[in-house]
Design a protein around this ligand. Sequence first.
Ligand SMILES: C[S@@+](CC[C@H](N)C(=O)[O-])C[C@H]1O[C@@H](n2cnc3c(N)ncnc32)[C@H](O)[C@@H]1O
Length: 224
Amino acid sequence: MSQGTTAAQRFYGRWARLYDLLASATPGLARLRDVAVDRLELSPGDTVVEMGCGTGANFPHLRERVGPAGRVVGVDFTAGMLAQARDRVEREGWRNVHLVRADAAAFEPRERVDAVLATFVVGMLDDPGAAVNQWADAVRPGGNVALLDAGQSGRPYAWPVNQAFRGLVLASTPGGRSGFEEPPWAVLDDRVAAARRALSERSVAVADSEHVLGVVRITGGRLP
Ligand SMILES: C[S@@+](CC[C@H](N)C(=O)[O-])C[C@H]1O[C@@H](n2cnc3c(N)ncnc32)[C@H](O)[C@@H]1O
């Protein structure tokens, strides 16, 4: 794993509780999570892997779709985030949610799964295109991969929105500006674009949408 990986684990380990609060209670976020999960076209009994699951804010949305006969597998490399996710799973008594501590960029499930979800994750990966290709390889033919990410808005009135966004990115980037040749928001935009491009190239059908003044993008791809 790279140096950045270690910084990310330290950062998210330290802020896991606060992150959980924000991830679960930010107004409007649950609706966006629902849109992303809809793109997976899940059915009862399906198995879905969430890469970089964090504290498990997507689990209720995923469980609702796969039902009690389905399985949700959450993968994350930060122990503190997984501890919060484990608390959530135990509190709710969910028996079909399994947690794995692993590098999502290299994770290969034992068998092909029905779908893969990654929300607010690809911007943290050194090679998001390669990761998305790996995730697509893990999904059965006809299954789906969905990505939800934030980035700078391309809308005409975007200047003030993007200033606010940049501040948020700086505050939430492990290590701040250090270690990046470009500003972190530009790195984030490039990585999200690379991930979406890789998903589009692998997919036979793509559903793409922008939300929150163009700051949030949700891309779902159905594999051949
Ligand atoms: C911004 S949080 C998003 C958490 C969750 N997906 C959500 O929507 O609330 C990013 C998460 O990705 C995890 N992460 C980042 N890179 C990872 C990697 N290479 N392997 C596993 N987890 C990773 C971090 O530990 C963190 O929990």
